[in-house]
Each structure stands twice: as C-alpha cells, then as structure tokens.
Write a protein that binds this ligand. Structure first.
Ligand code: COA
Ligand code: AMP
Length: 630
C-alpha cells in the first residue's frame, strides 16, 4: 500500500526522506543535511541552510506567474463582506508593512506580538515579520489583558501589532483598551504599537507610542526578504501547560517550511491553485499552520473566516462558503460540527449548497466523537478525516494521508502515524505496551522537522515537561492505545489540560486565579463532559474559615475573576462551594475521581484516599449543579 511504502521509506532513511521533501522549498543556501543531533536529546533540522519564509509563501508564487491568483479570501458574515487579495497584492502589502517595521528598528530576531482578529491584516502582519526574520507571537483575541501581559513579559517584543477591535456575534471586543491594560501591567514595554483601525471601532492612540496601520506605512521603502538560518525561530506560540505560566512553543524556520509544504500535498491533497479552508483562528496553531503558512506555501488560496459555525447568520454558513469559494479540503473542529448539528440535525442546510468540489473534511483540535463523525459522513458524503496533533508538533502526528492514499476510516481513530513520527504507547515504566492496551502516548526522538526544538527561554522546562518522564521519547500528554491494525486512538490527557470547544486550557491556570480571591482558601477545577464543547470547566471552592460572605457572591466574583484574568475563552461559568476537597493521604487532589462522579462514570475508590466520605459531599454538590447530566 502507498502509505506503508512512504512510511517505511521514511523509517529506512529519515535523512534522505526529509532532504527529498526539502527540494520543494526555495533555498537561498541549500541545507547539506537534514538532522542535526549534536545536542541530543535536543534536535534541530536544516540548520546550515539559509531561507526566507515570506519568499516561499508569497514572492515565489508571484515569480512563478501566480500573481493574479487570490491568495487570501476574507469572508466575514459578521461585517457582511467578502474580499479577495491576490498574491501580487499580498506581496506589495507585506513588503510595505515590513518596510515600515524596519524603519522603526525591527530586525531579524526581534520579537513582535500580534493581537488581531480574523482579518487579512493578521496574516499580513505575520508575513511581514517573516519577511524581516523577526519572530512573531500571535495572541488569541479571546484572552484578557493579563494573559497578554504575561506573554509580553516572556517574549519581550520590540513592537506590538493590534487591531482596534474584534467582532463577536453579540459584542465588539475592545482590543485597544485590553492592549493598553496589558502594556500597563507588563514590566517589559514595547517600543511602539501599530494599530489597524477597523471602521466598527476607531481606537484612541497613545501619542508617540502608537501608529495607525496606514499612516505608519506612508512613503516607506518596501522591504525585501531577509535570509535567515534554518534554525532561526520563525515564531513563538504560547500554549497551556499545567501552570498559569504558558509554554512558549518555538517553531524553527526551515523545518517549518519543509514539513508544512509536505503536509499540504500528502495529507490534505492540496496543490498550487487549489482552495483550502481551515475554520480556526490565527491565534491557535491550526491558524498558524493551515490558515496562514501551509496553504500559502503550497500556492493555494486560503480562506480567512470571521464568524461562527452557527448564528452568523445561520448553520449553513460553512457550506455556503465552501460552495462559493469551491473549497477542496476543509478543516474544522468537531465542536463546530456539533454546534451545526444541534441546529440542523437532518442536514437541511447542507442540501441547499453544491459541495461537489469538496473532497474531504478534516477534523482536529479535540477528540472526534463517533456520533459527530457519522453525522458528517452521512450528510456530506465525503471522507471525514480525523487527525491528531498539538501546538508543539505544528502538524499532524497521526492522520489519514489523502494525498498519498485514503486508508480505510475507522471512526474514533485519527488513523496512523505520519512519516517522521514513531508513535508508541508506554506503561508507567516507559515500556511499550501491546496492541489494545491503554497507556501514555509518546514519540520516539527525534521529532520530525516542523516540531518544537525547545520552549522560548525555557530549555529546562522543555526537558522537564516533555523529555524526562520517558527518556528517549517525547511525552505527548495524551493517553490512548494502538489497535492490532496499527490505528491510533486518543482517549484523554494525562495532565491537567482540558479541551473546551477545541480550545486548549489549563485547569491549573484557572485554579491560580481562583486561589487569588480573598475568600478562597483552597480550590480545584476539573473538566466535565459537555455535549457541545467536549469539556467545560467546573470549579470547587473551599472558603476561608470565618468567611461571612454569601456563597453565591463568592462564586459570582470568581467567575468574573477568571473572565477578567484569563479571558472569555476560558468559558468558566460554573463553580460551587464545598467544605473539603477529596485528597490522597499525601495531599494530592483527586481531580480524576471528581470528573468521574460529575460525568456519572463508574470509578474505583482510590487506594490512597484520605477520607472517602468527602466524595459523597462532592457528589451532593455536583447534583445540585445538575451533574451528572441526564
Ligand atoms: N475574541 C474574543 N472573544 C472570543 C473569541 C475571540 N476571538 N473567541 C471566542 N470568544 C469568546 C466568545 O464570545 C464567548 O464569550 P461569551 O462568554 O461572552 O459568550 C467565549 O469566548 C467562549 O467562546 P466559545 O467557547 O468559542 O463559545 P461560543 O459559545 O462563543 O461558541 C462554538 C461555541 C462551538 C460555536 C465555538 O466554540 C466554535 O466555533 N468552535 C470551533 C473551535 C475552533 O475552531 N477551535 C480552533 C481549534 S482547531
Ligand atoms: P492544541 O495544542 O491546542 O492543538 O491541543 C492539542 C491537544 O488537543 C492534544 O494534545 C489532544 O489532547 C487534543 N487533540 C487534538 N487533536 C485531537 C484529535 N484528533 N483527537 C483527540 N484529541 C485531539
């Protein structure tokens, strides 16, 4: 079979495999080899090459005669607008923005934070950084000022590029006040900010610090593409770990280019001239890899969508866009399909549109539950392909490589490992488990090109978080099993990370916020099953002895605190007050057992539990909140 052949070819000669994939990239200086393993267990790829990302994503397509093809199609049902930008226009816009950034001193290696909604200018800002060899860090618009401040202090940007506002269906998100508050809170101060003023809200600029997007570029000399080394960081993307301090995932330039280019044809079956749509947000890894860089590297048209699967204005909006822009491969999160299915269970909206150019639907970001997959298969009539990956890897660890061959789909499985990934299921002692047995999923080192080489300014944390538990492996943080046919099943996280509407969130970060409330002595946050969002966070609060506050008031304040500190995206809406939390004798909170009670699942009484009676108290508190749900 074709997949087996490709996977075996990689296994037999990884260097040769990736050097061949590298031929698809326009190098300024070609790499002499693929893997650099001198600092194992830290690995790097194509280190001795010189290359520029923006050249490969934009300029080379103009040179190749694709200048008049649409590069970015912006669809905003919220503002009722549709607008296409050609590769030639994109090149001019990006070169101009890069020129203006350079005039203000942004150079190769400088960090630039981007805090923008789903508008083409967000991609232009990313590409302008790439053009200069500056390192961008995009922050998702659903995060509050505090989260932005944490990222400003960690990556110390020279500049911040933001928009005046974002648009959610029910409200305007005032980006500028959030940005100002974040800069106030942060110890590091950027030298300047560039603000894209949207007509829906014109923000007040701080004199001397803030420049408007257009004025800033007036009369500047466009910048050319700056060559960078293969291991130069292209970007930093922060993601949730177990604590309130997010992890700054670093993406190196050359490996990123090679892996994404390979994935576009081999996984998504997309080539130059095709139309590709990932309905995610530039603030997430899916947005980096498959709204911005992947489709542009391939010379395809990418769709930038500012809207929601339902309510903007109806549950047929995805299908309308797929029809109108003749989308060939479409990528979204299962939660989006669940939202659509809830409003259109019999697929009436799907029938209204001609979707014959869509060859497949790709799902990722969370477990694709079999019910949702089957519903999509039935109503769309195309392969529904689950694939599994993480911010850390930047592209699929396991999938069904449509461009190589479509393997038989097993609902509930993201299919098989992609070349570059030797995926194994390990027991607690780090020994590989036989087929069918549940364990920790780990990847034998080295990870392939495009994956993280380290965490930004936190090499020790990188080693501790990913490499130390299972020496010789990268620990994914996911648990699951491999069946007898080699199909992978991802079942749960092994840490305190939860997945809410395809968004990765840290319960530890929420606990840190709750613990800062003056009346809260102790707390725990768990992720409970949610029919729409997959999981939703639920808080347990133990109040200080002698606290005279009403429980309802404290809960209300705690909900507000999480929204103000982390942001609306945390979707933290429910908490209850309890006397005590269930713990082991050594004091570890039994969150896993609490989840099982909330979800109405059977559980074994933990042997190390300190006081089993507390579980009954938790069950009573949960019942009052309506858990387990009927
Ligand atoms: N900027 C500001 N706020 C944002 C935001 C953004 N970019 N994205 C989400 N939010 C806000 C929402 O408005 C909501 O606020 P509210 O509490 O005032 O209603 C809150 O964050 C929670 O958002 P979400 O969890 O997305 O819930 P929702 O009810 O707004 O929408 C879905 C539910 C299922 C329609 C939506 O989550 C969705 O489209 N999910 C797809 C997920 C996805 O693409 N994930 C990317 C990974 S592949
Ligand atoms: P993120 O880094 O935000 O992309 O989140 C990565 C995590 O989301 C993974 O570690 C998994 O826990 C989960 N995840 C992503 N894709 C899938 C999938 N296809 N199946 C199951 N879980 C997934």
């Amino acid at each position: 079979m074709a997949y087996d052949k490709v996977y075996s070819a990689w296994k037999a000669d990884p260097n040769g495999f990736w050097m061949q994939a590298a031929e698809a990239i326009d190098w300024i200086e070609k790499p002499t080899k693929a893997l650099f393993d001198e600092n194992a267990p830290l690995y790097e790829w194509f280190v001795d090459a010189k290359v520029n990302t923006c050249w490969n994503a934009v300029d080379r397509h103009v040179e190749a005669g694709r200048g008049d093809q649409i590069a970015i199609m912006h669809e905003s049902p919220i503002t009722h607008s549709t607008k296409g930008i050609t590769y030639k226009e994109l090149q001019a816009r990006v070169a101009s923005l890069a020129g203006a950034l350079r005039m203000r001193g942004v150079e190769k290696g400088d960090r630039v934070i981007i805090y923008m909604p789903m508008i083409p200018e967000a991609l232009e800002a990313m590409l302008a950084c790439a053009r200069l060899g500056a390192i961008h860090s995009v922050v998702f618009g659903g995060f509050a000022a505090h989260e932005l401040a944490v990222r400003i202090d960690d990556c110390q940007p020279k500049a911040i590029i933001a928009a005046s506002c974002g648009l959610e269906p029910n409200r305007v998100v005032h980006y500028k006040p959030l940005l100002d508050a974040a800069i106030d809170q942060a110890s590091h101060k950027p030298e300047f900010c560039v603000i894209f003023q949207r007509e829906q809200e014109v923000a007040k600029l701080v004199e001397g610090r803030d420049f408007s997007w257009h004025g800033f570029q007036y009369g500047v000399k466009p910048a050319e593409c700056v060559p960078v080394e293969g291991n130069q960081p292209a970007y930093i993307l922060y993601t949730s770990g177990t604590t309130g301090q997010p992890k700054g995932v670093v993406r190196s330039t050359a490996g990123h280019l090679v892996a994404l280019h390979w994935s576009m044809k081999n996984i998504y079956n997309i080539e130059a001239g095709d139309r590709f749509w990932a309905a995610s947000d530039v603030g997430w890894v899916v947005g980096h890899s498959y709204i911005c860089y992947g489709p542009l590297l391939a010379g395809a048209t990418t769709i930038v969508f500012e809207g929601k699967p339902v309510g903007t204005p109806h549950p047929g909006v995805f299908w309308r866009i797929i029809q109108n822009h003749r989308v060939k491969s479409f990528f979204t999160a299962p939660t989006a399909l669940r939202a659509i299915r809830r409003e259109d269970p019999t697929g009436e909206w799907i029938k209204r549109y001609k979707l014959h150019e869509m060859q497949a639907l790709f799902l990722a970001g969370e477990r694709a539950d079999p019910d949702t997959v089957k519903w999509a298969q039935e109503h769309l009539g195309v392969p529904v392909i689950d694939h599994w990956w993480q911010t850390e890897t930047g592209w699929a660890i396991a999938g069904n490589p449509l461009g190589i061959e479509l393997l038989p789909v097993k609902v509930g499985s993201p299919t098989k490992p992609m070349p570059g990934y030797d995926v194994q299921v390990l027991d607690e002692g780090g020994h590989p488990l036989p087929a069918g047995e549940l364990g920790s999923i780990a990847i034998k080192l080295p990870l392939p090109p495009g994956t993280l080489p380290t965490l930004w300014n936190a090499e020790a944390r990188f080693k501790k978080s990913y490499l130390e538990h299972f020496p010789g492996y990268y620990e994914t943080g996911d648990a699951g099993y491999i069946d007898e046919d080699g199909y992978l099943y991802i079942m749960a996280r092994t840490d305190d990370v939860i997945n809410v509407a395809g968004h990765r969130l840290s319960t530890g970060a929420m606990e840190e916020v709750l613990a800062s409330h003056p009346d809260v002595a102790e707390c725990a946050v768990i992720g409970v099953a949610d029919a729409l969002k997959g999981q939703s966070p639920l808080g347990f609060l133990c109040l200080n002895k002698g606290s005279t506050r009403s429980e309802a008031d404290v809960v209300k304040e705690c909900v507000k605190l999480v929204r103000d500190q982390i942001g609306p995206v945390a979707a933290f809406k429910t908490a209850c007050v309890v006397d005590r939390l269930p713990k082991t004798r050594s004091g570890k909170i039994l969150r896993g057992t609490m989840v099982k009670i909330a979800d109405g699942e059977d559980f074994k009484m933990p042997a190390t539990i300190d006081d089993p009676a507390i579980l009954d108290e938790i069950a009573v508190a949960l019942k009052k909140l309506g858990y387990p749900e009927k």
